[in-house]
Design a protein around this ligand. Structure first.
Ligand SMILES: Cc1cc2nc3c(=O)[nH]c(=O)nc-3n(C[C@H](O)[C@H](O)[C@H](O)COP(=O)(O)OP(=O)(O)OC[C@H]3O[C@@H](n4cnc5c(N)ncnc54)[C@H](O)[C@@H]3O)c2cc1C
Length: 423
C-alpha cells in the first residue's frame, strides 16, 4: 500500500511546471503558501498587473490542496442556519451568496480558464447515519427553502438504493449543486494559470523570518531574501509561528483518506448510480466518492489529531467503508494518506490583517471553493477592486491560553464524539 496521496500518484506535479529559480529583489506582494489560497490570490493580483512571488516551503500544492477529496458544494464549514443564528439574516445571506460565488469560481477555473480537473457536477448526497438525523434533514430542507429559496431534495429510506449502493443509512438529502474535481489537477492547473498571468512561483522556498521595515517587509527564505510591499499568509492548516499573532487564530486538524483499487463498472454503478458524491451526517463525518478512474475514496477521522499512525487510520477507515459497502470486502486498498485542515474557533473562514500582514484561512473541510474564493477576494482588496469582504468584517476569535500548542484538541474531540453518540 502506498503511504501518500492517490491524487499526486495518479497525476504527479508536471515536470515542466512554470516555477522560477532566482528570487527577484523586490515585489509588490509576497504570498506565503502555494495551495489554492495562495495561487488564487496570485492569479488575481498578477492579472491586475501587480508583481507577485508565491513562496512555497515544499513543492506547489503539497499542503492540503493536492490531498483533499475533491468534493465541493454550497455553504461553509459552519452550517448555514448556524451562520444565520450567529451573524443575523442579512450577513447570513451574504455568506451564503459568497459560497455560491466560490463554487462558480471553481467552475470558471475548470471551464473558462481551461484547467482540466475532471469537474463533474452530479450533486452531493448527505446520508443519515441515524434515523434521528433524517428528521434533522427534513428541518434543514424546509429551512433552506424558506430562508434562501434553495431547493434540497429529501431521499426517503425506501428510495435510497436508487442513489447509493448501501443499506447502512436512513435516508438522504440531495443538493444538485455538489461537484467533484481532481484536486491535484486543479492545483497544478491553477499554478500554471497564475504563472502565465505573471506571478512568479518558488518551490523549496520556506519563509523563515519576516522583518518589518518602516514601509514594507524583508522576507528571509531558504532561497535568499526579497523585499515586499505587502505580505499574504496563505498557510491554512500548515500555519506555524512565523507571524506570532496569527498562530492563536488557527489550529490544524488531521484528515485521513484511503482509496481502493479501480472497481468494476458494475460495482461503480452499484455504489453511485448517479455519480453523486457523499458524506454522512456525523460530526466526525465520513466523506466518500468515486474517483474519475473508478476507485472508491473514503475519508474522515474520529479524532482531531494530525499524527495518527497511518496503519491505524487505514484500519479504522476501511472498517467504516465496509460497514457502508460490505460488497467491497475483497477490494484492495491501494493508498492511504493524511493532510492538515485549518480550523478556527468559530468554524468560519477569515480574511484579516495582523502585524500588518494579510491572511486568508480557516476553511475546515470546506476549503476547496472557499480557499479559492478568499484568496481571490483578498487579492481584490489589495488591488482596490473591493474595499472589504464579509470574511474580513466578522471578528476572528482566539482561545484562552492558546499560543502554539492546541492543548484543547483532545477535549474538543471528546465533545464531538459524545455529540455523535447522543444525536
Ligand atoms: C485529507 C483532506 C481532505 C479534504 N477534503 C476536502 C474536500 O473534499 N472538500 C473541501 O472543500 N476541502 C477539503 N479539504 C480541505 C482543503 O483541502 C483545504 O482547506 C485547502 O486545500 C486549503 O488550501 P490552502 O491553500 O489554504 O492551504 P494548503 O493547500 O494547505 O497550502 C498551505 C501551504 O503553505 C505552505 N507553508 C506553510 N508554512 C510555510 C512557510 N513558512 N513558507 C512557505 N510555505 C509555507 C505549506 O507547505 C502548504 O503547501 C480536505 C483537506 C484534507 C487534508
Amino acid at each position: 500500500m502506498k503511504l501518500f496521496s492517490f491524487w499526486t500518484d495518479n497525476y504527479p506535479r508536471p515536470a515542466d511546471l512554470s516555477v522560477a529559480v532566482e528570487l527577484p529583489t523586490e515585489v509588490d506582494v509576497a504570498i506565503i503558501g502555494g495551495g489554492y489560497t495562495g495561487l488564487s490570490a496570485a492569479r488575481t493580483l498578477a492579472k491586475s498587473g501587480a508583481s507577485v512571488a508565491v513562496l512555497e516551503r515544499e513543492t506547489i500544492g503539497l499542503g492540503a490542496s493536492s490531498r483533499n477529496a475533491g468534493i465541493t458544494g454550497c455553504g461553509l464549514k459552519r452550517g448555514t442556519p448556524a451562520v444565520f443564528e450567529r451573524y443575523g439574516e442579512a450577513y447570513g445571506r451574504v455568506f451564503w451568496q459568497a459560497s455560491l460565488d466560490a463554487l462558480k469560481l471553481v467552475e470558471e477555473l475548470a471551464t473558462e480558464e481551461g484547467i482540466g480537473c475532471d469537474w463533474q457536477q452530479n450533486g452531493d448526497l448527505a446520508v443519515a447515519f441515524k434515523p434521528s438525523h433524517f428528521e434533522a434533514f427534513k428541518t434543514k430542507q424546509v429551512w433552506h427553502k424558506k430562508h434562501l429559496g434553495h431547493e434540497l431534495r429529501l431521499i426517503s429510506p425506501d428510495e435510497l438504493r436508487t442513489e447509493i449502493g448501501s443499506d447502512a443509512f436512513f435516508g438522504g438529502l440531495l443538493d444538485d449543486h455538489g461537484a467533484g474535481i481532481h484536486p491535484a489537477k486543479l492545483v497544478f492547473g491553477l499554478a500554471e494559470v497564475a504563472a502565465k498571468s505573471g506571478a512568479q512561483l518558488f518551490e523549496n522556498a520556506a519563509v523563515t523570518r519576516i522583518e518589518k521595515l518602516a514601509s514594507g517587509f524583508i522576507l528571509h527564505t531558504e532561497r535568499g531574501v526579497l523585499r515586499a510591499n505587502e505580505v499574504v499568509m496563505a498557510t491554512n492548516g500548515y500555519t506555524e509561528r512565523l507571524v506570532p499573532k496569527l498562530k492563536p487564530r488557527i489550529f490544524a486538524g488531521g484528515s485521513y483518506s484511503i482509496v481502493t483499487e479501480p472497481l468494476s463498472q458494475d460495482l461503480q454503478h452499484e455504489i453511485s448510480p448517479r455519480g453523486r458524491i457523499f458524506w454522512d451526517s456525523k460530526w466526525f463525518l465520513n466523506y466518500f466518492r468515486l474517483t474519475p478512474d473508478g476507485r472508491l475514496l473514503w475519508g474522515g477521522r474520529n479524532n482531531l489529531s494530525t499524527n495518527l499512525d497511518l496503519s491505524e487510520s487505514t484500519q479504522q477507515l476501511r472498517a467504516g467503508m465496509l460497514r457502508a459497502f460490505p460488497q467491497l470486502a475483497d477490494v484492495a486498498v491501494t493508498h492511504t494518506w493524511t493532510g492538515q485542515l485549518g480550523l478556527t474557533f468559530d468554524l468560519m473562514p477569515h480574511i484579516g490583517r495582523v502585524e500588518n500582514i494579510h491572511y486568508a484561512l480557516g476553511y475546515g473541510g470546506h476549503g476547496l471553493h472557499t480557499a479559492l474564493w478568499l484568496g481571490h477576494e483578498l487579492a481584490q482588496m489589495l488591488t482596490g477592486e473591493k474595499t472589504s469582504s464579509p470574511f474580513a468584517e466578522i471578528s476572528h476569535q482566539t482561545y484562552p491560553f492558546y499560543r502554539n500548542d492546541p492543548w484543547f484538541l483532545p477535549l474538543a474531540a471528546l465533545y464531538y464524539r459524545i455529540k455523535d453518540r447522543l444525536s
